[in-house]
Design a binder for this molecule. Structure first.
Ligand code: ADP
Ligand code: MG
Length: 281
């Protein structure tokens, strides 16, 4: 495997403006199960520019998670090339991939994957430990990231003291704390009710719109994909459709029309109509 020259690993050295932040060329991924080989990705090619918001869609088993593992430098293609921010990462060692992952990528999962007996602030600060930042800078960044997701007032709470939506917001803050080039989210709304899902999409949309953060999100829900800008549809390990989203939804417009949890509870609690009172005369 070829050694990667030092400067390519410099996190401050980004690709030329206009160059795609993600570029896959004929990527294959096979899982070797002894007797049989599973062809999880079959010659997948596409590019993503900085500032895009992409939904990865497809039935269970179509290769979405395999793709995300490769995009997230958690796994390597069997064949083909992956350029991340202009750097060919397909031949990198696990150590080099871990380095790139920490610098360039933020991850959000369906299970929030927070440490349970650890405050929201400490959960968010965790990736800065591996990035080797000084304590003061780590605290500052963790507070900023929590503020970004509207949870400054919950910094001292443990995950068990937070709702599902709040836990996912902590997980988003944790994904942002090292200022990644790309946010990768695998079914981030999979465990949330419909209003909370839209609240999470509101945060992702504002990060994308206001900070130009590139977001790649796996979802099997067409409703959720409508909040993104582009859909990539996979079937049997192949990219079958690549289209801009038409009829895009904006969470900030949709939310005012969705009932809050309190309103739903209230609707459930409405007492049955009272029987007519006997007339007085
Ligand atoms: P999706 O996320 O769309 O459900 P996956 O990427 O998880 O799809 O899986 C794609 C195919 O690869 C499936 O047939 C699955 O069984 C197989 N697969 C995924 N991960 C592994 C693995 N670690 N070992 C063997 N086969 C796997
Ligand atoms: Mg999956």
């Amino acid at each position: 495997m070829a050694e990667v020259p030092g400067p390519a690993l410099d996190p401050g050295k980004d690709a030329a403006p206009g160059a795609p932040v993600i570029r896959l060329e004929n990527v294959y991924k096979n899982y070797d199960l002894g007797e049989v080989q599973v062809h999880a990705l079959r010659s997948v090619s596409f590019s993503v520019q900085t500032g895009e918001f992409v939904a990865v869609m497809g039935a269970s088993g179509s290769g979405k998670s395999t793709l995300m593992n490769i995009l997230g430098c958690l796994d390597r293609p069997t064949r083909g090339s992956y350029f991340l921010d202009g750097i060919d990462v397909s031949g990198m060692s696990k150590t080099e991939l871990a380095h790139i992952r920490n610098r360039k990528l933020g991850f959000v999962f369906q299970q929030f994957n927070l440490l349970s007996r650890t405050s929201a602030l400490e959960n968010v600060a965790l990736p800065t430990v591996y990035a080797g930042l000084p304590q003061a800078e780590r605290d500052k960044r963790a507070h900023e990231a929590l503020e970004r997701v509207g949870l400054s007032d919950r910094a001292d709470h443990n995950p068990s003291q937070l709702s599902g939506g709040q836990q996912q917001r902590v997980a988003i803050a944790r994904a942002l704390v090292n200022r990644p080039a790309i946010l990768l989210a695998d079914e981030p709304t999979g465990n949330l009710d419909s209003r909370t899902s839209v609240e999470i999409m509101e945060i992702l949309q504002s990060l994308n719109e206001e900070q130009g953060l590139t977001v790649v999100l796996v979802t099997h829900e067409p409703d959720i994909a409508l909040y993104t800008k582009r859909m990539l549809e996979f079937r049997d390990g192949k990219l079958r459709r690549d289209a801009q989203v038409t009829g895009r939804l904006f969470a900030r417009d949709v939310l005012p029309n969705l009932p809050t949890v309190d309103e739903l509870d209230l609707a459930d609690a409405v007492p049955p109509p009272e029987p007519p009172k006997p007339s007085q005369d």
